[in-house]
Design a protein around this ligand. Sequence first.
Ligand code: CO8
Length: 374
Amino acid sequence: MSNSAIPVISSTGLYTPPESISNAELVASYNAYADLYNAAHPDADPLTHSSVDFIEKASGIKSRHVIDKANILDPNVMCPRIEDRPNDQISVMAEIGVAACRDALARAGRDIKDVDAILCAASNLQRAYPAMAIEIQMELGMQHGFAFDLNVACSSATFGIQTAADYIRSGNARSVLVVNPEITSGHLNWRDRDSHFIFGDVATAILVEAKDVAPAKHWEILGTRLKTQFSNNIRNNFGFLNRAHGGVDQDGPKSDKLFIQEGRKVFKEVVPMVAEMIVDHAGAIGLLGTNLRRLWLHQANSGMNRLIAQRVLGHEASADESPTVLDVYGNTSSAGSIIAFHLNSEDLSEGDTGLICSFGAGYSAGTVFVRKTG
Ligand code: CO8
C-alpha cells in the first residue's frame, strides 16, 4: 500500500482545566447537600451520606479536574456556572477544544493550513448548531476544508479516529484533526450519590495523517474497528424534545435528563464484550494480545480495566502495561484513552505495538491498534 493511504497518528494534544476536586471535598459537599435535603423533605426517604473509601475502592478515582469548582461544590448549586457568551465570542467548548488542537499541531510541527478536516467528537455538544467543529475551524484560522460534529458518548474519539483514518485510506484527506472537548460536569448529576464522583472535564486532540506527510516520529494505525449494541444501562434523556413533553427536571437526585446508569450491569456486560472484541480484532490483523506492549484503555473504572487487560495480555497488567489516568482525571468520557496515550507513549521504542480502546454508552466500543515508528 502506498504511504499516502496509510493512516498514522502524528501527535496528540491535551488541555487540562487548572481546578481539581478531591474525593474528600466532593464527599463533604454531597453530604452537606444530603443533610439540607433531608431537613427540607422530612417525609421522603432520607439521602445517605457518600464516602471517600467507597469511591476509591469502587472506581479508582481520587480526584477530577473541572471547569468551575466553586459552584459544583456549593451544596445550594451543585452545577458548574458558565456565563452565557454573546455569539461574537468563542464558546467555552470550542475554547478548550482549540487549546487541545493547538497543542497537537505544535507537537507535530504542523501548520493549520495543511489540515483538511476537523471532527469534533464528544459525548456532549454545547449546542445543536452551528457545529462546534466549524467554530473550532474558524478559531484556528483554517479557511478551507470542512468540519463536523459527531457523538458516540465515551467512544466518540475512537469513532472519530476511524472516520479520519478512512478519509486517509480513501484519499479524501491527508491531515485530519479529531478533537474531544468533554465538559462532563455539565451533564453529571452532582446530587446523585451513585454517580456524583465519576466524571471530570478535559479536552484532547488527535492529529491523524497520511504516512507520507507525517513527521518522522509517529504511530502507524494498523487497524481500526467499531462496535455498537443498544443498551438502556447508560442513558441521558436530555434533548431538544424535552420541552415538548413538559419541561426539564434537572434538580432532583435522580433526574434522567442528566447522566444515569446501572453501573453493575455496565461492568458485567461491557468487560467480556470489549475483551472479546480486542482479541478478535488483534487476531484479524495478525497480532497477539499477549504481545501488545501497552494498552491505553478507556478510563471509566479501574476494576473494569484490570479485568479487560488481564484477558487480553494473559496476565495481571502492570501499571506500565495498562496505565491509569482515571485516578487524577476521573472518567473524562471519550478523552480518557487519549489522555492515557498522550501521557504514556513517549517512552516506547520503535516497533512497539499498542492499543487505544474505548467503551461506553450505546453500548459503543472502538479499537485502534498502533505501532511506533521513528
Ligand atoms: N458512597 C457510599 N456508598 C455508595 C455510594 C457512594 N457514593 N454510591 C453507592 N454506594 C453504595 C450503594 O448504595 C450500595 O450499597 P448496598 O450494597 O448497601 O446496596 C453499594 O455502595 C454498592 O453500590 P453499586 O452496586 O452501585 O456499586 P458498584 O460497586 O457497582 O460501583 C460504579 C459503582 C463505580 C459506578 C461501578 O458500577 C462502575 O464503575 N461501573 C461501570 C460504569 C461505567 O463504566 N460506565 C461507563 C459510563 S461512561 C460513558 O459511557 C460516557 C457517557 C457520557 C458521559 C456523560 C457525561 C456526564
